[in-house]
Design a protein around this ligand. Structure first.
Ligand SMILES: [Zn+2]
Length: 127
């Protein structure tokens, strides 16, 4: 799959796949620079668009924090902290996913949950 990608896109893809924190476009840019200092923000943006449309990475709307990127393609759910923006991967719906995929009149492509709230760290500092 990656053989079809240009060098820049491959670099950006590697950054997203090795980032487990669901980075923003800016974070992907900063991390990509460490691998290739010639990269521009525009190139990274364009690469992220290409990779999202091509199904190499997933785009995630995390609310206030804006768009984040996920290198895990298998379906899963997310816990999103509204205070620090921390995003955690969880698998809350495995049974539902299997059940919904058998609806005959509608072809289900994705079932996912986005739970927002406060992470343990932010809850501790609030209390
Ligand atoms: Zn994720």
């Amino acid at each position: 799959m990656a053989a079809l990608l240009t060098k820049h896109r491959e670099t950006v893809l590697t950054v997203v796949q090795t980032s487990k924190d669901h980075p923003t476009a800016r974070q992907v840019f900063e991390r990509s620079l460490k691998r290739d200092p010639r990269l521009s923000m525009a190139t990274v943006y364009n690469s992220l668009n290409f990779l999202t449309e091509g199904g190499y990475v997933r785009r995630l709307d995390s609310g206030e924090d804006g768009t984040r990127y996920d290198g895990i393609l298998a379906q899963h759910d997310h816990l999103i902290c509204r205070q620090c923006g921390h995003i955690e991967d969880v698998d809350l719906l495995p049974a539902e996913r299997a059940r919904f995929s058998t609806l005959s009149h509608f072809h289900v492509e994705e079932v996912s949950l986005r739970l927002t709230g406060l992470c343990a760290k932010c809850r501790r500092s609030a209390g």
